[in-house]
Design a protein around this ligand. Structure first.
Ligand code: ZN
Length: 231
């Protein structure tokens, strides 16, 4: 079998991996992915090539963003960011758990540690968004089908959202809850000693944002509780 120069050499894989690979490439939804990739290679790569070649030497992103996995709130699109500028962590409901160096599998904390200590970002942004299903589930309870991981994950925000629901009018609960989760994540960022130290020294800035989806407007956390639309 002839190999293209840039193909990986054949390596024996476990059977499960082979099945997953075949399914990905023949699944209907991946046609959309492949079509997008081809547009990227055809339309964008020629002018982006030099930029990517320079980035191969290393990354120096200025900002670490914690955002929701929601497909409608993509930080790179909202900030019109180029490759290499944003170090992005996305999860259900843009949550930052508290600092717990207990040897368990803390994906968000690992990204924070790497972004702050190795990449030396100068800003961490927590970006919530409108109509967040994860935050809504903190009020209504997670569906039974997602008890393994989603339910315990969103439980960390439930007390905060419960307090919000008691304090504001019913028509304000959704957005106020989403804003409260941004504040919770920022509070939890400050439990990481190497984040708190850098913030106190003025070398790391923490920001909270909320993206409106339907109106495309970003609102920024000013002071302890107020979000204001950005110009
Ligand atoms: Zn969300």
């Amino acid at each position: 079998m002839t190999e293209r120069r840039d193909d990986s050499p054949d390596i024996p894989l476990p059977r499960a991996s082979l099945i997953a690979y075949t399914a990905l490439m023949t699944d209907e939804s991946s046609d959309t992915l492949l079509a997008g990739y081809r547009r990227f290679r055809q339309d964008r790569w020629p002018e982006a090539k030099a930029e990517y070649e320079a980035l191969a030497a290393g990354q120096k992103p200025h900002t670490l963003i914690v955002a929701c996995s929601d497909s409608r709130a993509d930080p790179a699109l909202i900030f019109d960011a180029a490759p290499g500028q944003l170090f992005v962590v996305r999860n259900v409901a843009n949550l930052v758990p508290p600092y717990e160096p207990d040897g368990q599998l803390h994906g968000v904390s690992a990204a924070l540690e790497f972004g702050v200590k190795v990449l030396g970002v100068s800003r961490i942004v927590v970006m919530g968004h409108a109509h967040c299903g994860g935050v809504a589930a903190m009020r209504t309870g997670a569906p039974d089908s997602v008890r393994d991981f989603v339910a315990p994950w969103i439980a960390q925000g439930e007390p905060v959202v419960r307090r919000v629901a008691e304090a504001v009018e019913p028509d304000q609960v959704e957005r106020a809850s989403e804003e409260a989760i941004v504040r919770l994540s920022i509070d939890n960022l400050r439990t990481f000693p190497w984040i708190a130290e850098r913030e106190a020294a003025g070398t790391l800035q923490l920001s909270g944002l909320h993206f409106g989806i339907a109106d495309g407007i970003l609102r920024a956390l000013r002071g302890p509780g107020r979000f204001e639309a950005l110009d």
